[in-house]
Structure formats: C-alpha cells, structure tokens
Design a protein around this ligand. Structure first.
Ligand code: AMP
Length: 205
C-alpha cells in the first residue's frame, strides 16, 4: 500500500515524501480511507503507531476541498488530554498544512498560561487542538464557536477518562452540532471507552 493509493491530495503526498513518510503505517491504511469517506472511526492505537497522521492527513484532505467557513468558527476540533500532546498534534497539523491550496490555520490551546493571547490568536483558525478545560473557557468567553464543527477527534480518550475529564467531555459535546464526523482514538478498548463512544453518537443538544 502507498500513500498515493490512499487518494490523499498531491500536495499532501509531496509533503509526505519531504518528511520521509515512505509508506503508510497499518493504522493509516485502515483509518485514512474510512475518514475520507466521512465515516465515524474508532481507532485503537498506541503512541508511536502513527495515529496522529492517520487522522490529520484525511482531515486536511477533506478541509482543503471544503468551502471556507465563517471566521471564528472552527472546522475540525481535536481534543487531547495534555498540553504536551496538544503541542505535538498541532505541530503535525502545521507541517502537513504547508503547501495546501487553502488557508489552514491551526492552533493549540491548553490551560496553565494566560488565556488572552489564545483568544486573540483564534482569528482565522480552522483546526483547533485543545485540552478540555481551556477549550470550555474559550467557548464560554465567545473567543470562537464550535457550532459548525465538521469533524471531532478525541485522541487518547482512555487517558482523558483516567484524568477525570468525563464531565468536561460531555459539556464539550453539548457545544457541537449534531451532524458531524466523530473520530475516537484510544490505546485501550474498555467499557468506559464504549460509553464515550455512545456519548459521542448520542450527542445531547
Ligand atoms: P504517532 O503515533 O502519531 O505519535 O507517530 C509516531 C511517529 O511516527 C511520529 O514521529 C511520526 O512522525 C512518525 N510517522 C507516522 N507515520 C509515519 C509513516 N507513515 N512513515 C514514517 N514515519 C511516520
């Protein structure tokens, strides 16, 4: 299997070659076609498996072709448990967003520091990588809107549960439109994870 066979855009294929990604990892072979077909995905994958590119590449490919939304309305939301992961994931988004034929501003937001620069920086952001608490603060302060999200990723969902983010996750889901693509990634498949999956699909409004 090659990245070309996965039908990613030419621009993305060019960056993949430049980054030394010669062929897709197994999780990418499975996840990329399903995400490009706008299916919901549950991916069981460890760190190091290539799961980040497994969702970032098809999200960029879909957004590159999508119509540009309103300012301060996020297109793709990636929720992660830690600041470190937020920074790491946004770095991958940034690398692959280079050279696309559409504006593709992304940003990582997390607690611990001042919220003001994050509020200002939200201008023009299409892909937001966020930890739960700070994300809720930003929505409640109207720095941006999640009402037109097209794709939601919950990455390391098992870790989010272990860190006690269940209530925050429910609250975040209540900010999102019912019609969206749900991508759930976790290192383990537990009954609690099944609950999260159900929560994502039920999506109370
Ligand atoms: P992740 O599991 O997403 O944290 O990725 C683990 C590492 O594998 C990262 O350093 C990626 O840059 C790298 N990587 C992901 N997919 C590929 C690939 N298809 N070919 C080569 N390296 C990759």
């Amino acid at each position: 299997m090659t990245f070309e066979q996965l039908k990613l855009s030419k621009n993305l294929q060019q960056t993949l070659a430049e980054q030394g990604y010669n062929k897709p990892y197994p999780i990418q072979v499975q996840a990329i076609p399903a995400i490009l077909q706008r299916k919901d995905v549950l991916g069981i994958a460890q760190t190091g498996s290539g799961k980040t590119a497994g969702y970032v590449l098809p999200i960029l490919s879909l957004l590159e072709k999508a119509e540009l939304g309103k300012n301060r309305h996020i297109d793709a939301l990636i929720v992660v448990p830690t600041r470190e992961l937020a920074v790491q994931v946004q770095e991958v988004v940034k690398i692959f967003a280079q050279g696309l034929n559409a504006p593709m501003k992304s940003m990582a937001v997390f607690g611990g520091g001042s919220i003001n620069p994050q509020m200002i920086g939200m201008q023009g952001v299409r892909i937001l990588v966020a930890t739960p608490g700070r994300l809720i603060e930003l929505v409640e302060s109207k720095a941006m809107s999640l009402a037109e999200i097209k794709m939601l990723v919950l990455d390391e969902a098992d870790k989010m549960l272990n860190l006690g983010f269940e209530e925050e996750m429910k609250k975040i889901l209540s900010f999102l439109p019912k019609k969206r693509q749900n991508l759930l990634f976790s290192a383990t498949l537990s009954p609690e994870l099944k609950e999260i999956q159900q929560m994502m699909l039920d999506n109370p409004e």
